[in-house]
Design a binder for this molecule. Structure first.
Ligand code: ATP
Length: 318
């Protein structure tokens, strides 16, 4: 797919691609295990993580257009630029450059995933854009090609193409599925007011570790992987872990009250999602998740709380 695009190809591309709007739904991710290793020479931390896609979604619609345009609605979009810094625009341009086609599309993003929340919403939007434009433009890249473009856009983007539950290594971009008998896990997501910058949380973790103020790194995800195979939420609850939690709590001490409120409401486990500030709680079943979410939503420890389940598939045309 490296040949340059020629103007004559436009008609051909119109024939190959989708005529109508292409709508893609993409989930948020949480990390069941987030082990942060040392900083690598390239500035990234070495990660060992178990990603889990949950039923909290953004939606990206792509239509034919003469240029590349983006409109947005929903959660946090007032704070997001519509320019080349937006991950949606970056993803569309990266796909077009790789496939040798013009980056022409009218894109509309409907956001529900909290911004800068530790749920990888921006990465999810990039993954959704790759899938939507690949269909709209008829470029039909393989999963491997899309994953390679995704890795260039951000560490979490390959996982959001993939979905399910998967092991992430390297800086998180090397993803392999976790094989387990199908089990649905029930969660409660508690969104905070305002976000946390992921680089700032990494810096805080480095500082705490340098001052020997952080617990020992989690290391291997083996006990978490074994817990997933047991299909018992109480066993999974004991195996969840996040090295970034201490740093998120240090920057946002009020999260301690959110975590405690989830446990007081009966959650089997409370954990900060990724770099925070969103907190997630493991429930025994769907009804239990609904009750915990209702209790948290009516408290003052979070902006909003809602139940979700996982694993769910990654970015898909709907
Ligand atoms: P992660 O867990 O992947 O570090 P996050 O969930 O904490 O990310 P995101 O919502 O993915 O946070 O946003 C991180 C930053 O990415 C935002 O603060 C914003 O500056 C930038 N960004 C660019 N495009 C988007 C987009 N379409 N949606 C959300 N954020 C975007």
């Amino acid at each position: 797919m490296t040949e340059a695009w020629r103007p004559d190809d436009d008609d051909d591309q119109q024939r190959r691609g989708a005529a109508g709007p292409v709508k893609v739904r993409v989930p948020a991710k949480i990390n069941l295990h987030l082990g942060v290793g040392p900083v690598r020479p390239d500035g990234y931390h070495e990660l060992t993580t178990v990603y889990h896609a949950i039923s909290s979604y953004d939606e990206l619609t792509a239509r034919r257009g003469d240029t590349l345009t983006l409109t947005m609605a929903g959660e946090g979009t007032g704070e997001l630029a519509l320019d080349e810094s937006n991950l949606v625009i970056r993803a569309a341009r990266a796909l077009a450059a790789y496939a040798g086609v013009p980056a022409h599309a009218r894109l509309h993003l409907r956001k529900q995933i909290p911004l800068a929340g530790g749920l990888a919403g921006g990465s999810a939007d990039a993954a959704a854009t790759l899938v939507a434009c690949d269909t709209l433009w008829g470029t039909n890249l393989s999963r491997e090609e899309l994953a390679a473009i995704a890795a260039g856009l951000g560490s979490d983007v390959p996982f959001l193409l993939h979905g399910g539950t998967a092991l992430g290594t390297g800086r998180g971009e090397a993803v392999s599925p976790v094989l387990a008998r199908p089990t649905t896990w029930h969660w409660v997501v508690a969104a905070a007011d305002g976000g946390l910058s992921t680089p700032a949380v990494y810096r805080e973790l480095d500082r705490l570790r340098a001052e020997r103020d952080a617990p020992a790194p989690l290391g291997s995800p083996d006990s978490l992987l074994a817990a997933l195979r047991q299909r018992d939420p109480k066993v999974l609850a004991a195996a969840l872990g996040n090295d970034m939690q201490i740093a998120a709590l240090s920057l946002r001490p009020s999260l301690a009250a959110t975590l405690a409120a989830g446990e007081a409401a009966g959650a089997l486990a409370s954990i900060v999602s990724g770099s925070g500030p969103t907190c997630v709680f493991l429930a025994a079943d769907e009804g239990h998740a609904g009750r915990i979410a209702a209790e948290l939503a009516s408290s003052s420890v979070c902006r909003t709380a809602y139940p979700a389940y996982g694993p769910v598939p990654g970015a898909r045309v709907v």
